[in-house]
Design a protein around this ligand. Structure first.
Ligand code: AMP
Ligand code: MG
Length: 523
C-alpha cells in the first residue's frame, strides 16, 4: 500500500450491513455543491490507517463529503426508535446520517458515518442536511471529549459546501464524518421490542455481544455449565442480562465522567444513548461556565428534563427503557432488575473516585461527603465558574507557597493583580475561606506528599474546556471560510490539563456576551 492510498486500500468488514435488510435501507448519499475540506483530524485518520498524504487527495474529499461512496463500503441508513423527552416517539432512524461502511483499522474496527449527506427514508420532515454551525460544534466537542479522556465518537473531518440550508435563517451546509466502533443506540433495541419482533431483537443483541461484549457470552456459558450439559432457559438468557449489566456499568461511568467536568448533553433521548457507553450525537450540549446544578444547556428543553443535576437519573431511566426492550427476549424481569440495580452503586463509586482525584485526596474518609456537598453548595450560591473552581483549588492559599505564579501560568494577564486564587471566584469570600480551611485540614490528614497532590489535581482538573463562547468564535470564523480557530481549539483541547503558552484567554472567565448565547435543537 502506498502512503497516498486512501479509503480504497483499507480493509472493510461492513458487519452491520450483514444484519437482515429490515435493520436499514441501502441508499446513496446526495452530493453537495463544491464541497471543501475545512478540517481533518489526523488522529482520527490514524485510527483508520489513513496516511497524512491520503487526507489531501481529492478521493478523500469525495468520500467524506458524500460525493462518492467509500470503495468497498456498503452505504446505508439504520432504523431505530426511541423516547424523546420522556415520551415514546415511535420510529426514528438515521434521518441525516449515512453509514459508509466499517474499516478494519490498525487500532481496531471503525464504522465511518456521514452526518448531513442528504435525506433518507427516516428523515421525516427533515432535509437530511446539517448546518455549519452545528457541525463545527460536533467536530469540536468530539475532540474536547477525547482530550478529557471521556468515551466519545470521533470526528474525522468537517466539510462545508455552497448549498444553502433553511433553518430559522438560510445557513451553510456541512458534513461531519465521524467514527465509532458502532452507532447502535438504546433506541435500536427499543425499535424491535416495540415492533414485537423478538427475532430481530435477539439478532441485534447477539451482534452487539459478539462484537463488543464477548465476555457476556461467557456469562451464558457459565450458567449452562452450572446446570449441567443442557442449555437451561436461564443459561440461554444470561448473555442478554450480562449485556444489560455491562451497558449499565458503562453508562453509569459515562454519567460520572460528564458530571465532573460540567458537561451537559442537552438531548439525552434514548435514541442518542450509545450501546457502547460513548457520548453520541452532539447537539445543543454545553460545558457549564458558572455552576448551577439546574443548568439546562438546550434552549428548547423548557422543562429542564436534561438539566445537569438530572443527567445521572435520566441515564438510569434510559437504561430502564433498554431493559424493558430486552424483556421481550428475557422473561426473567428480576434478572433485568438486578442488572439495573447496578447503576446507582456504580455511578456513586465513580463519582467518589473522580471527586477524590479532583480534590487531590487519596482515599475516602468519613466527612468527605459533607465536605464535597458543601463545596457544591458554595459554588451554587455564587454561580462560581465550574472549571476554574476545581483548577484553582490547586493554587489556593495554603496549597503551595508559590500559588500565585501558577495561576499566572494558567490565566496570565486575564486575572486581576492581587487575586486570591479559588477564594475570589466566590461572592461570599468568607464562606469560601472557611470551606478552604476545612479542606486544608482534611488534605493534611491525607497520606500524599503535597507536590503529588498538586500534580494529581492539575492532571484531573482541566484548565481548558469547550466553553460555548469559544465554540462560537470558531463558528464565526468558519462561516467566513476561516478554519484557523477550529484548528487552534482542536490542538488546545487535545491537552486540556496543561497550561499552554499564549492561550490564557481560552481559560479565562467567559465574556459578558457569552451569557446571551442560546443553543437549541435546531441544527
Ligand atoms: P437529534 O435530536 O439530532 O438526535 O435528531 C432526532 C432525529 O431527527 C434523528 O432521527 C435524526 O436523524 C432526525 N433529524 C434531525 N435533524 C434532521 C434533518 N435536518 N434531516 C433529517 N433528519 C433529521
Ligand atoms: Mg440523534
Amino acid at each position: 500500500m502506498s502512503v497516498a492510498d486512501g479509503f480504497g486500500a483499507l480493509p472493510k468488514v461492513n458487519s452491520f450491513a450483514g444484519l437482515p435488510a429490515d435493520f436499514y435501507t441501502r441508499l446513496a448519499t446526495r452530493p453537495l455543491k463544491a464541497p471543501r475540506l475545512l478540517h481533518v483530524s489526523r488522529e482520527a485518520a490514524a485510527r483508520l490507517g489513513l496516511s497524512d498524504v491520503a487526507l489531501t487527495s481529492p478521493a478523500f474529499l469525495d468520500v467524506v463529503s458524500g460525493t462518492t461512496p467509500m470503495p468497498g463500503g456498503d452505504t446505508l441508513a439504520a432504523v431505530y426508535s426511541g423516547h424523546q423527552f420522556g415520551v415514546w416517539a415511535g420510529q426514528l432512524g438515521d434521518g441525516r446520517a449515512h453509514l459508509l461502511g466499517e474499516i478494519a483499522g490498525p487500532q481496531g474496527n471503525w464504522e465511518v458515518q456521514l452526518k448531513g449527506a442528504g435525506f433518507t427514508p427516516y428523515s421525516r420532515m427533515g432535509d437530511g442536511r446539517a448546518v455549519l454551525r452545528s457541525s463545527v460544534r460536533e467536530y469540536l466537542a468530539s475532540a474536547a471529549m477525547q482530550g478529557l479522556g471521556i468515551p466519545t465518537t470521533h470526528a474525522l473531518s468537517l466539510v462545508t459546501a455552497e448549498d444553502p440550508v433553511m433553518r430559522e435563517t438560510v445557513e451553510t451546509a456541512a458534513v461531519v464524518a465521524r467514527l465509532a466502533p458502532s452507532f447502535v443506540r438504546f433506541g435500536s433495541f427499543e425499535h424491535w421490542a416495540a415492533r414485537k419482533n423478538p427475532e430481530n431483537l435477539k439478532l441485534l443483541a447477539d451482534y452487539v455481544i459478539d462484537r463488543f461484549y464477548p465476555d457476556c457470552r461467557a456469562a451464558g456459558a457459565a450458567c449452562v455449565g452450572q446446570a449441567g450439559s443442557t442449555v437451561t432457559e436461564a443459561g440461554a438468557h444470561a448473555p442478554y442480562v450480562a449485556l444489560l449489566q455491562a451497558v449499565v456499568v458503562r453508562t453509569a461511568e459515562l454519567m460520572a465522567a460528564w458530571q465532573v467536568v460540567g458537561f451537559c448533553h442537552g438531548v439525552m433521548n434514548t435514541d442518542n444513548m450509545s450501546i457502547l457507553g460513548l457520548t453520541l450525537d452532539y447537539g445543543p450540549y454545553g460545558f457549564m461556565d458558572g455552576f448551577d446544578a439546574r443548568h439546562v444547556c438546550n434552549h428548547t428543553d423548557t422543562n429542564g428534563r436534561y438539566a445537569w443535576h438530572a443527567q445521572p437519573a435520566v441515564g438510569h431511566w434510559n437504561l430502564y427503557q433498554l431493559a424493558n426492550s430486552l424483556h421481550e427476549i428475557v422473561p426473567d424481569a428480576d434478572a433485568l432488575r438486578g442488572a439495573l440495580d447496578q447503576f446507582e452503586p456504580t455511578f456513586l463509586a465513580a463519582m467518589q473516585r473522580r471527586m477524590m482525584q479532583k480534590l487531590g485526596l487519596s482515599d475516602w474518609q468519613a466527612g468527605d461527603e459533607t465536605l464535597i456537598d458543601d463545596l457544591w453548595t458554595l459554588m451554587q450560591a455564587s454561580h462560581a465558574d465550574f472549571t476554574l473552581t476545581f483548577r484553582q483549588l490547586a493554587h489556593a492559599p495554603g496549597m503551595t507557597e508559590t500559588a500565585m505564579p501558577q495561576v499566572q501560568i494558567d490565566l496570565g494577564d486575564t486575572v486581576r493583580a492581587g487575586l486570591t486564587p479559588f477564594v475570589d471566584l466566590f461572592l461570599d469570600r468568607d464562606a469560601a475561606r472557611a470551606w478552604l480551611a476545612r479542606y486544608l485540614q482534611r488534605a493534611a490528614r491525607d497520606g500524599q506528599a503535597w507536590q503529588d497532590r498538586l500534580d494529581g489535581m492539575l492532571a484531573a482538573n482541566p484548565l481548558y474546556v469547550l466553553r460555548n463562547h469559544l465554540a462560537q468564535q470558531a463558528i464565526d470564523a468558519a462561516t467566513q471560510g476561516d478554519p484557523s480557530e477550529i484548528d487552534r481549539l482542536v490542538k488546545l483541547l487535545a491537552n486540556p490539563f496543561v497550561a499552554q503558552d499564549g492561550m490564557q484567554a481560552y481559560a479565562a472567565l467567559p465574556p459578558a456576551w457569552a451569557s446571551k448565547l442560546e443553543v437549541s435543537c435546531s441544527s
